[in-house]
Structure formats: structure tokens, C-alpha cells
Design a protein around this ligand. Structure first.
Ligand SMILES: Nc1ncnc2c1ncn2[C@@H]1O[C@H](COP(=O)(O)OP(=O)(O)OP(=O)(O)O)[C@@H](O)[C@H]1O
Length: 297
């Protein structure tokens, strides 16, 4: 019988087991994920690659609680995500998961600092602490002198750095990045990858979907998805799974209020604190949850 030294055993932060998701009904049902299993260690950086339509975004959305699977299990830090109520899933998204999207999803009428503060405030951080943390994180991503800039006045690379700052500000268990460099030119893409690399060095667990193998090569581990299944897994040369711990506590899921109006009120407060720059509501009636990548609450 073999024994394992408990000191050397690292509990995975994410365990996905036999995950299935189909879209459409009856004869039109098309499987997007056909039994995906994956385990991610705290501090690990995993890239998911594969052809268009192979299920990459579906996987990320399920992990982040934006969608629910037909079968299978997702455990984040020991908590089963798939059976959580809608309210608890909302809390999970706010407190334990940070999203970064190709389209940045910044709130257009809030400046850079307020966009980051918004993520902190909805995660339950007080006003002063959120302000201080937003400034700190934006400084860390190289935008310390653009705190008051509205998204429209920033370059694509700068907007993505604000989105990354927002995602990492709460020190989530997981940062989920869906094509974070997809809309960027090569130079801006390189800077964003460097920024993710710095966060990874600090111990942040990252799961990143990308089409770009050069970007994937920065990760500890690359998962190859095809037709909804993991077909291969590689560790780019010279990399190994990090044994770093997450940067901080994520906050347990509790009974806190998961009311959508709180999010809008917080956004409005932040707009007011910004001195009324820009318009108060997103043009075209964009939904704040979509902008934040939080889905329906
Ligand atoms: N909401 C949805 N309704 C219907 N079909 C969907 C939905 N979301 C995804 N699909 C389908 O599921 C499959 C996987 O889609 P998914 O977006 O996960 O792929 P992907 O690998 O991320 O693709 P891409 O690289 O083009 O973004 C595709 O066939 C897609 O059309």
C-alpha cells in the first residue's frame, strides 16, 4: 500500500467530472461537451485550445456558473457548482470567479477606476477599500495614470488591462479568460499575456481559452478540445504546474443578498462618484450583467 504525505498533496481548486452539455432539443440536439473531466491545481495556468465550435466557451461558461450542464460535476474549492441555486451561483460568480472576455465588457459610462471598483463592490468590498484596491490594481497593470479615463478613450489593449484588473481585483479562486487577446494586435496581445503571466507568478489560477497557440504556450498546461472532448494535453517546454497558493481568501458563499438591483445601484453610485462623466446608462440599453460577464442573476 502506498501512502501520501499530506504536506505534499495539493488539493485541486477545480475538479470537473464527466461534464456534458447539449444545445437544441430532440433530433436537433447537438452536443457541445461530451463528458469532459479536468482537474486544476491552485496557481496553475491552463490554456484550452481547439477548433471553432469545439466547446471551449461552453466549458468556460459552465465553470463560471453562467450556464448549467446536462450532466457531470464542477467543484470549485470543494463546492459543487452545478447544484447551487441561481442566487448562490450569482454569489459564486461575484466572489470566486473573475471573467475576462475578448470584448472587454467594460461599463462604458464608468471610468477605469469605477469599472474595477464595481467588481469589488458587488463582491461585498466596502467603498473606501474598493477605491484603494482599484487604484492599486490599475497601477499594477500599468494604468495608474488613467484611472479617470472612460473606456472609449482607451486603446483595446488598455481596455483589456482594465478588464483584467477588474477580474483579479477580488483575488478570485479562478480567473476565466475567453480569448483575452482575440481582439488585440500582436504588440498589445503580448502585453496582455505578460500581464497574465505576472498574475500567474503571484499565484493566480487562470483558465484561458485561446485560438492562438503562441498565447497558449505561456500556460503551464495546454488542453486540446475537439468535438466536445479533451483529446490531448501538453505541458509547454520548460513549464510545470505551479505549486503556488491562491493569493488570498475568496470569501465563502453565504446568504448575502444576490439582488440584481444592488449591482445597478452600485454602478450608479460609482458613476456619481466619477463626477457625472459620460452618460449614466450604457448606450443602446446594454445590460450591466452582460457587460460584466455575469449573465442573468
Ligand atoms: N447558446 C447556444 N445555443 C445553441 N448552440 C450553442 C450555444 N452555445 C454554443 N452552442 C454550440 O455549441 C458548440 C460549441 O460552442 P462553443 O462556443 O463552446 O465553441 P468554441 O470552441 O468556443 O468556438 P469558438 O472558438 O468559435 O468561439 C457549437 O456548435 C455552438 O454552435
Amino acid at each position: 500500500m502506498t501512502t501520501t504525505d499530506p504536506k505534499t498533496t495539493i488539493e485541486p481548486i477545480l475538479v470537473i467530472t464527466a461534464l456534458k452539455r447539449s444545445f437544441g432539443r430532440g433530433e436537433r440536439a447537438r452536443p457541445a461537451l461530451c463528458g469532459v473531466s479536468l482537474s486544476v491545481t491552485p496557481g496553475e495556468w491552463v490554456a484550452v485550445v481547439g477548433p471553432s465550435g469545439c466547446g471551449k466557451s461552453t466549458l468556460l461558461h459552465l465553470v463560471g456558473g453562467l450556464d448549467t450542464p446536462d450532466a457531470g460535476s464542477i467543484r470549485i474549492g470543494g463546492d459543487e457548482v452545478t447544484t447551487l441555486s441561481a442566487a448562490r451561483r450569482a454569489l459564486l460568480r461575484r466572489r470566486r470567479v473573475g471573467f475576462v472576455f475578448q470584448a472587454y465588457n467594460l461599463v462604458p459610462h464608468l471610468n477605469a477606476a469605477a469599472n474595477v471598483e464595481l467588481g469589488l463592490r458587488v463582491a461585498g468590498v466596502g467603498r473606501r477599500a474598493a477605491k484603494a484596491r482599484a487604484a492599486e490594481v490599475l497601477d499594477a497593470v500599468g494604468l495608474g495614470d488613467l484611472l479617470h479615463a472612460l473606456p472609449a478613450t482607451l486603446s483595446g489593449g488598455q481596455q483589456q488591462r482594465v478588464a483584467i484588473a477588474r477580474a483579479i481585483a477580488t483575488r478570485p479562486d479562478l480567473v476565466l479568460a475567453d480569448e483575452p487577446t482575440g481582439a488585440l494586435d500582436t504588440a498589445a496581445s503580448r502585453r496582455v499575456v505578460e500581464l497574465l503571466r505576472e498574475e500567474h507568478r503571484r499565484g493566480q489560477t487562470l483558465i484561458m481559452v485561446t485560438h492562438d497557440y503562441a498565447v497558449a504556450a505561456a500556460a503551464d498546461r495546454v488542453i486540446f478540445l475537439r468535438d466536445g472532448q479533451i483529446i490531448d494535453e501538453r505541458r509547454p517546454a520548460g513549464r510545470r504546474t505551479s505549486d503556488a497558493s491562491p493569493t488570498g481568501p475568496s470569501g465563502a458563499l453565504d446568504e448575502a443578498d444576490a439582488d440584481e438591483t444592488a449591482l445597478h445601484e452600485t454602478a450608479d453610485e460609482l458613476a456619481d462618484e466619477d463626477g457625472g462623466h459620460g452618460t449614466r446608462r450604457a448606450p443602446g440599453g446594454s445590460d450591466l450583467n452582460d457587460l460584466l460577464g455575469l449573465g442573468s442573476w
